[in-house]
Write a protein that binds this ligand. Structure first.
Ligand code: ATP
Ligand code: MG
Length: 415
């Protein structure tokens, strides 16, 4: 039955991978908390408009990648492809703009209809932060510093590069737009169909194209940095100086644009060359135009999102579970006593694996399989003496311990 397969681009996450993903999320959350960001959880689906209005109807996400459907009430609903639009919607519908600035962390699944490959799935997880209501460069510096500390604590700090650019303010972008359209029109024949279509509606987006032909044209295109007005230049300089002061290494990449309409000024990505084509692990920027575009009042914002699976791939290390203690009863009376002992140990905070059935050798095999650090052997003879045998599964050393001291021994014995 075909329907017993998971849908293309989705997957079942088994315990060892779950631990890796949860580790990434936990570290992101812990670092965000250090910076004063609290967790916000928005629904995983919204009215389609929340995304189509904000992401713009020429973005890849809106034109090709959204999972949209009509629900039973006839509303058009979309599974969220990203987190920022939903957070902004929550801020507006909850009247939270009374209390600016707002500092939020989020995590959870996102959905995009893309061609699945390593590091690219149709359901994937992101962690992200949003700092809403601060127009100053200090906000950009803070969210980048947060990202940098998060990646450092995750252990991938030396595998990533921070690339930084500015998109300037509206005036700078308008000046650049004219320059860019002039240039692109001259080389129209070399552009992909998609890009030709965007030439009038959203030429900046062409810079984000992954098409090889487009890339050739883009290589020699004028850069936005040349069109910055004084305000935009000063903003960018402040961000760079702030990062330098904090020792956050970065490279200027004046080809870096964010694919979404509401970005301005700061744009950044943490990239790696260890994941093949899917090299961006964390991306963000300033989105001062977002709230207005959604029909709200102008509210500045800045933030980023990171791909949890990509980061887990990059760390490469398994977040191994604590090695348990295996309780191994031998004999009928011992079996009954084992359940008692097991529960006592668990109540004392010790992870215990109790085999459900089988003889001694089968249960010892199981103890190996779960990578037990210790085994507690419980035989009828020992039980009669009120004792059990502790076996160090690494060295094989054994000693007899009185039953009521097993927990104490195991907690004292360390890992
Ligand atoms: P890409 O250029 O790889 O398509 P993007 O610009 O679409 O990325 P963003 O919308 O900025 O990505 O999302 C932030 C991060 O989320 C990305 O840097 C990446 O780590 C992760 N991400 C995006 N799309 C996927 C996906 N389909 N599968 C897994 N992770 C993803
Ligand atoms: Mg994408």
């Amino acid at each position: 039955m075909a329907s017993l397969k998971p849908v293309r681009g989705t997957q079942d996450v088994l315990p060892s991978e779950s631990r890796q993903l949860r580790r990434v999320e936990r570290i992101a959350f812990d670092v965000a908390e250090l910076y004063g960001y609290g967790e916000i959880t928005t629904p995983i689906f919204e009215f389609t408009e929340v995304f189509s209005r904000t992401l713009g109807d020429t973005s890849d996400i809106v034109t090709k990648e959204m999972y949209s459907f009509e629900d039973r009430g006839g509303d058009s609903i979309t599974l969220r492809p990203e987190g920022t639009a939903g957070v902004a919607r929550a801020v507006m519908s909850g009247g939270l703009q009374q209390d600016l600035p707002l500092k939020y962390f989020y995590r959870g699944p996102m959905f995009r209809y893309e061609r699945p490959q390593k590091g690219r799935r149709r359901q994937f997880n992101q962690v992200g932060v949003e700092l809403i209501g601060v127009a100053q460069p200090l906000a950009d510096i803070e969210v980048i510093a947060l990202a940098n500390q998060f990646l450092g604590q995750l252990g991938v700090g030396d595998k990533v590069t921070l690339e930084l650019n500015t998109l300037g303010d509206g005036e700078s972008r308008a000046a650049y737009r004219d320059l860019l359209v002039d240039y692109l029109q001259g080389r129209q024949d070399e552009l992909s169909g998609d890009s030709r279509e965007r030439l009038q509606r959203n030429p900046l987006r062409i810079l984000d194209s992954k098409d090889d032909g487009d890339r050739g044209v883009i290589e020699n295109a004028p850069v936005l940095t040349d069109c910055l007005n004084d305000t935009s230049r000063a903003f960018f300089d402040s961000v760079r100086e702030g990062l330098e002061k904090l020792g956050v290494a970065h490279e200027i990449n004046n080809r870096l644009v964010r694919g979404l309409d509401y970005y301005c000024h700061t744009a950044f990505e943490f990239t790696t060359d260890e994941l093949g084509a899917q090299g961006t692990v964390l991306a963000g920027g300033r989105y001062d135009g977002l709230f207005q575009q959604m029909g709200g009042r102008q509210t500045p914002g800045t933030g980023w999102a990171a791909g949890v699976e990509r980061l887990a791939l990059l760390t490469g290390e398994a977040d191994t579970a604590k090695r348990p203690v295996a309780v191994v009863p031998v004999g009928k009376d011992a079996e009954a006593a084992a359940l008692d002992l097991t529960q006592n140990l668990r109540r004392a905070g010790i992870a215990v694996d109790l085999g459900y059935s089988g003889n001694m050798s089968k249960r010892m095999k199981r103890a190996d399989k779960v990578n037990a650090r210790w085994a507690v052997l419980l035989g009828d003879d020992e039980l009669a003496r009120g004792a059990a045998t502790l076996r160090d599964m690494d060295s094989g050393a054994q000693s007899e311990v009185s039953l009521d001291q097993v927990a104490e021994h195991l907690t004292g014995a360390g890992e």
